[in-house]
Write a protein that binds this ligand. Structure first.
Ligand code: SF4
Ligand code: SF4
Length: 112
C-alpha cells in the first residue's frame, strides 16, 4: 500500500505535504507533486495536511492510473522536502474539475 497524489494537486501545489513526510518521498513536477510508492511507508500524516485533498490511500477505488502516474514520475522528477511558495493562482484552481486533461505537465519541477 502507498498513498498517491491525484489531480486536485495540479496547479495548486501548496506543498504542506512535503513538510510532514518522515521519509521525504515527494517528487516535484512543474505543476504537481507525486509520491514514490516504493518509498512511502503508509503513515498517512500527509493526507490531512493537503488543503486540496489531493492525497489518497491507494486502497480507495479507481486510483490505478494515479498510482501508475506517481510511480512513473517519482523516478523522473527531483525530490522535494521543503515547502516553497505555492503558485500565485493556486486558489483559483483549487476545486476545478478535469485538471489532468487541461494542465498536466510531464516537465520536472526544481526540487530542493
Ligand atoms: S499539499 Fe496537496 S496540493 Fe499541496 S503539493 Fe501536497 S499534494 Fe499537492
Ligand atoms: S503517507 Fe507518510 S510516508 Fe507516505 S507520502 Fe504521506 S507522509 Fe510520506
Amino acid at each position: 500500500m502507498t498513498y498517491v497524489v491525484t489531480d486536485n494537486c495540479i496547479k495548486c501545489k501548496y506543498m504542506d505535504c512535503v513538510e510532514v513526510c518522515p521519509v521525504d518521498c515527494f517528487y516535484e513536477g512543474e505543476n504537481m507533486l507525486v509520491i514514490h510508492p516504493d518509498e512511502c511507508i503508509d503513515c498517512g500524516v500527509c493526507e490531512p495536511e493537503c488543503p486540496a485533498e489531493a492525497i489518497k490511500p491507494d486502497t480507495e477505488p479507481d486510483l490505478e492510473s494515479w498510482l501508475g502516474l506517481n510511480a512513473e514520475y517519482a523516478d523522473k522528477w527531483p525530490n522535494i522536502t521543503a515547502k516553497k511558495d505555492p503558485p500565485a493562482d493556486a486558489d483559483e484552481h483549487l476545486n476545478e474539475q478535469g485538471k489532468m486533461e487541461k494542465y498536466f505537465s510531464p516537465e520536472p519541477g526544481e526540487g530542493d
